[in-house]
Ligand binder design. Structure first.
Ligand code: IPE
Ligand code: IPE
Ligand code: MG
Length: 235
């Protein structure tokens, strides 16, 4: 079976550029081409949810020039791709501390999210200024307040209460998590949501990550036996 929800840590833009003797921004620019082709391929393959880690909360610690380049690339890419996203029936979604992003980016996101809200073909989620720990912390804060005000009873507390207070409240758990560039870590990406995800690491840098590489990851996923704690015989 193909995964319902694929999440990708798009990593290696800087090293891709460095290997070519180019400034890091070229890596980010070329990374945008990979985003376009992977969104298209995921859509064609019938993936229902695609979530892309585009900017982490820790990425705010990068040099301001690089942050500015990334933010303007996000704005221009969203502007350029709006028609395509809309026409394909893709629903855009964003997770993270969206309010801390530049105004121009927030209004571009608001516009597309609103225009595509009724689309049903594929949900494309961008993780921006996103941190998994911060997401859980926020959820705990809101839930604690509700408990204090008797809006939630502690006896009724279960998984679904946490799920419904995360940024990802409208998304199913991640089936397949891909990370490019050879790093094998999670870097504060979806922590709660990857509790039972299949993990796939590839050495390919994000700007070189092709449709074939994506399909290889999907094929690899199909060979996995997801047991969720049971025995093979029970599956
Ligand atoms: C991923 O590539 C893009 C972002 C984190 C925004 P990097 O910029 O992290 O590239 P490397 O890891 O330095 O090669
Ligand atoms: C993770 O990549 C964030 C994104 C891909 C947006 P980083 O390159 O920032 O992560 P670390 O620093 O290697 O863990
Ligand atoms: Mg990196």
């Amino acid at each position: 079976m193909i995964p319902k929800h694929v999440a990708i840590i798009m990593d290696g833009n800087g090293r891709w550029a460095k290997d070519k003797g180019l400034p890091r921004e070229y890596g980010h620019q070329n990374g945008v081409n990979s985003v376009k082709s992977i969104v298209e391929e995921a859509y064609k393959s019938g993936i229902q949810y695609l979530t892309l880690y585009a900017f982490s909360i820790e990425n705010w610690d990068r040099p301001s020039d690089e942050i500015n380049i990334l933010m303007s690339l996000l704005v221009s890419t969203l502007r350029d791709e709006f028609d395509e996203i809309f026409d394909k029936g893709i629903k855009l979604n964003a997770i993270g501390e969206i309010k801390s992003l530049p105004k121009e980016l927030v209004s571009e996101l608001d516009f597309i999210i609103n225009k595509t809200r009724k689309n049903t073909k594929m949900t494309l989620t961008l993780a921006l200024s996103y941190g998994g720990k911060q997401e859980i912390f926020n959820a705990i804060k809101i839930i604690s307040n509700k408990v204090k005000n008797n809006l939630i009873e502690l006896n009724n507390f279960d998984d679904s209460i946490i799920n419904s207070h995360l940024y990802t409240k409208n998304l199913p758990d991640v089936d397949l998590l891909i990370r490019t560039s050879g790093e094998q870590r999670i870097s504060n990406f979806l922590l709660w949501q990857i509790a039972y995800s299949e993990l796939y690491f590839t050495d390919v840098y994000w700007p070189d990550f092709s449709k074939d590489d994506f399909n290889k990851a999907i094929e690899n996923y199909k060979t996995r036996e997801r047991r969720f704690g049971k025995t093979s015989e029970q599956i």
